[in-house]
Unconditional design. Structure first.
Length: 206
């Protein structure tokens, strides 16, 4: 599998299928999606203009129920699982504990995507939450920007809790958080880490 950071919290996973997660302010000319996953309805995660850029004839969009757009849209809530074409998608909780931006009652999600034998966890916009103890993932994509999500130290604790083989910081470089935050996360985290470079694929195989 290849994992490509698209900036902010956006990623493209390429294997047996092409899966985009939270595309936002992406460049033109990217290949069409088989599946688009949306974690929640905030503009920097649910960008209809960006999703339309990567729609193919049979693209499936998977998102919480408050994300409304035309197309082949399937709604999910925490605890739901969808399987399609060799890809297993688990919707998991994502919410704030000490902040008001992402209340648990909204039913917003992160995702665990299993494809080509690799399990990738995209945490969505979340704090360090108890449900992370149940996450089984080879790769963890963790927000580090603070303000609306975990900060660097909280994301390190999340990585220690989840124990992935690889942790990749996200939710930086656009609205909140900086590349120096991402470097700091990787320097201090005891888990193997990689600072992503925009549009540069990371090949993962375990």
């Amino acid at each position: 599998m290849e994992i490509t950071w698209l900036g902010h919290a956006g990623f493209m996973l390429e294997g047996v299928k092409r899966v985009y997660i939270d595309p936002y302010q992406i460049k033109t000319g990217l290949p069409p999606a088989d599946i688009v996953l949306v974690t929640h309805s905030h503009f920097d995660h649910f960008s209809q203009n960006d999703i339309k850029r990567i729609l193919g004839d049979s693209t499936v969009i998977i998102a919480p129920s408050d994300c409304k757009m035309s197309g082949n849209l399937r709604n999910v809530k925490p605890g739901d699982t969808i399987e399609m074409g060799g890809v297993r998608i688990e919707a998991v909780p994502a919410y704030n504990i000490g902040k008001r931006f992402h209340p648990k009652e909204s039913g917003w999600v992160g995702y665990v995507v299993e494809m080509d034998g690799v399990r990738v966890y995209h945490a969505g916009d979340t704090d360090l939450i108890p449900e992370m103890k149940s996450i089984n993932a080879d790769v963890a994509l963790l927000p580090i920007g603070g303000t609306y999500t975990m900060n660097v130290s909280e994301a390190i604790e999340a990585a220690k809790t989840i124990k992935p083989k690889l942790a990749i910081p996200m939710h930086f470089g656009s609205i909140v958080g900086s590349t120096s935050d991402a470097i700091n996360f990787c320097r201090k985290c005891p888990i193997d880490c990689k600072v992503p470079e925009i549009y540069e694929p990371i090949k993962v195989q375990f």
